[in-house]
Design a protein around this ligand. Structure first.
Ligand SMILES: C[S@@+](CC[C@H](N)C(=O)[O-])C[C@H]1O[C@@H](n2cnc3c(N)ncnc32)[C@H](O)[C@@H]1O
Length: 200
């Protein structure tokens, strides 16, 4: 596999490229999927079926709460990393979930649902350590934007909206629509980044 640059939509991308990372594995999103210089494979993170390649960086965004067997995923990532390679897991801490804007303000019922399905940060720290990662550190990043288009909320792009009873979902959407008539609504996208290294 040739060395390739990835197009990433988060501010972290520039930093990664400046740091010299060129062989990167990450899960796909719509923005990165447009990058023609990227080789995409479709496979479960627990068993991506890769045998002839090693990576110096593995980036996992907003997916850790979907994995059925995180230990297996972390062991597999460690196996696929070069010596002293880096893993970065972007997820939501309890504090981030409780303060999501506008999701938790318009649908406060999503908070408990999300806390039930997102792994706690301390659990991730432990699991990373048990999989052999060292130097685990945390960093919070955020991007503030102004919401003008409610399509992502109407199409339930945020999977937790599909877990809500329909009347509660509709009530939040109506409030959001009403507030939008007064002007754009502040939207804050925050992530907790867990960085760690495989052993040198
Ligand atoms: C909330 S989306 C995040 C997508 C993308 N990383 C982004 O930031 O836009 C969660 C993604 O995890 C993927 N996913 C869920 N379980 C998975 C698994 N076991 N292995 C690999 N991907 C998985 C889903 O297909 C979905 O694309």
């Amino acid at each position: 596999m040739r060395h390739r640059q990835l197009y990433l939509r988060y501010p972290i991308a520039d930093r990664l490229l400046r740091l010299g990372y060129r062989r990167i594995a990450r899960d796909a999103n719509q923005a990165s999927a447009r990058a023609s210089e990227v080789t995409w494979i479709c496979a479960g993170a627990e068993n991506p079926g890769l045998t002839d390649v090693k990576f110096d960086f593995v980036f996992n965004v907003d997916a850790i709460h979907h994995f059925e067997d995180r230990r297996r995923v972390f062991n597999e990532i460690n196996r696929l990393l070069l010596e002293a390679g880096t893993i970065c897991v972007a997820t939501d801490s309890e504090q981030i979930i409780r303060n999501r804007k506008p999701l938790s303000t318009y649908w406060p019922e999503t908070i408990e649902l999300e806390l039930a399905r997102y792994p706690r940060v301390e659990t991730l720290d432990t699991e990373l350590g048990e999989a052999g990662f060292v130097n685990v550190r945390h960093e919070e990043v955020s991007v503030t934007d102004w919401l003008r288009d409610l399509s992502p909320y109407r199409t339930k792009v945020f999977s937790v909206l599909s877990l809500l009873p329909e009347d509660i979902y509709e009530r939040g959407l109506r409030r959001l629509e009403a507030d939008l008539t007064q002007g754009p609504i502040e939207s804050i996208s925050r992530y907790l980044l867990l960085w760690a290294h495989s052993l040198p």
